[in-house]
Design a protein around this ligand. Structure first.
Ligand code: NAI
Ligand code: MG
Length: 357
């Protein structure tokens, strides 16, 4: 079976971490003895491309992406382009039209990785942030210069959009996911004490949907309290569902608690599979270390394992996760995790482990 993948390395360290993930997928194909294959097409859409051509995605670009089974994305962001221009020009220009409304971000604690949270008794921490990925605070609604009174008196409006259907589908997704986990629990995050419209709608939809899942434990937690809980009582967490902005922030916190932003994987899913889903590390283009070959490839490689899951290759996905865990356990770590292995060295160690499993 051949799966076609559109790869978009993008900017900064995007290229090297995407190359690392593709190297691992290549190994998965090789080890399958011809049972699975990945046909990869690379798209050169980056900030440099934007500066040359005036757009990130050329006309017809989305139609080209649509032909693939999945999109594998690095990162976008450059000091030469405003961050909101690059984010809306490339990443959101894919997630929005492809209706990738479910963003899952597992928070994974790896052996051999020092974490600010890991206790001496080495409790197994493992939770998943489920992010509403199509509306909320990133709906792109609002405007500038609304006062019409010029510089010094500007008024800007940034509106959050929460639809009942949008809330319901992501909350149901979270419950369906919780059902498959050992700890069957969903924590719903809002700020419904201060934001009395959209966030109260979230709470109400959550309470209603919860009735369909009596076997799943639930809690509703305000986002400020949840950030404290991430640090103080992470053992209470299994699936955490939140709006676009809240889950964006909480998932970065989660990955930092697990040891580094460079470890964090994510999947932007169109669960109906009308459009391809997109898999990407949570981190950005990391201009401070770009071009040095020292970036951590684990976030990108773990994102590739989420892609394997979506292809139905769950055994292969599990093998990739095991190989990653063997490598960190052996102390082969990139710089952000306190080691001195390069991106390529970490990747090759993972490949070697994969071949040995
Ligand atoms: P960042 O994630 O690029 O970097 C934050 C810090 O984490 C830096 O010190 C960086 O060196 C480190 N880091 C990140 N990934 C790493 C890895 N794989 N290995 C080792 N260290 C790693 O976030 P920052 O600095 O806020 O943004 C840089 C650019 O990336 C901006 O232009 C921003 O807009 C963009 N960005 C893009 C995202 C995307 O494409 N999805 C997500 C976040 C930021
Ligand atoms: Mg983020």
């Amino acid at each position: 079976q051949t799966f076609s993948i559109a790869s978009i390395p993008g900017d900064g360290i995007g290229g090297e971490v995407v190359a690392a993930g593709l190297r691992v997928l290549d190994t998965v194909a090789k080890l399958s003895g011809g049972a699975v294959d990945f046909d990869v097409t690379e798209f050169p859409w980056s900030s440099e491309y934007y500066l040359e051509n005036g757009h990130y995605i050329p006309e017809g670009g989305l139609d080209q992406l649509q032909k693939h089974d999945a999109i594998y994305f690095g990162a976008v962001g450059s000091s030469d382009v405003a961050d909101h221009t690059s984010l809306w020009g490339l990443r959101l220009a894919i997630t929005q039209p492809f209706d990738q409304w479910a963003n899952i971000r597992p928070v994974t604690f790896l052996p051999g990785v020092e974490s600010p949270l890991r206790k001496a008794d080495d409790t197994d921490l493992d939770w998943i942030v489920v992010r509403e990925n199509s509306e909320g605070e990133y709906a792109g609604m609002g405007g500038r210069n609304l006062s019409g009174r010029g510089p010094g008196n500007e008024v800007a409006l940034q509106t959050s959009l929460h639809t009942e259907k949008g809330c319901e589908r992501i909350i149901r997704f979270a419950f369906d996911l919780a059902r498959t986990r050992t700890t069957k629990k969903v924590s719903c995050v809002t700020k419904s004490n201060a934001q009395q419209f959209g966030m109260v709608l979230w709470d109400e939809v959550f309470a209603r949907v919860a009735k369909d899942y009596p076997e799943v434990e639930t809690e509703s937690v305000l986002v400020d309290a949840m950030s404290a809980k991430f640090v103080l009582h992470p053992e209470d967490l299994s699936v955490v569902v939140a709006s676009n902005l809240h889950a964006d922030i909480l998932s970065d916190l989660g990955s930092a608690l697990a040891g580094s932003l460079g470890l964090a994987a994510s999947a932007n899913l169109n669960p109906e599979r009308r459009f391809p889903s997109m898999f990407e590390p949570v981190h950005g283009s990391a201009p401070d270390i770009a071009g040095q070959g020292v970036s951590n490839p684990i976030g990108a490689i773990s994102s590739a394992s989420l892609m394997l899951d979506q292809f139905g290759l769950t055994a292969e996905a599990e093998e990739v996760r095991q190989a990653v865990s063997n490598v960190t356990e052996a102390g082969i770590l990139p710089r952000d995790l306190g080691g001195d292995s390069t991106t390529v060295e970490v990747t090759e160690a993972i490949v070697t482990q994969l071949e040995a499993i």
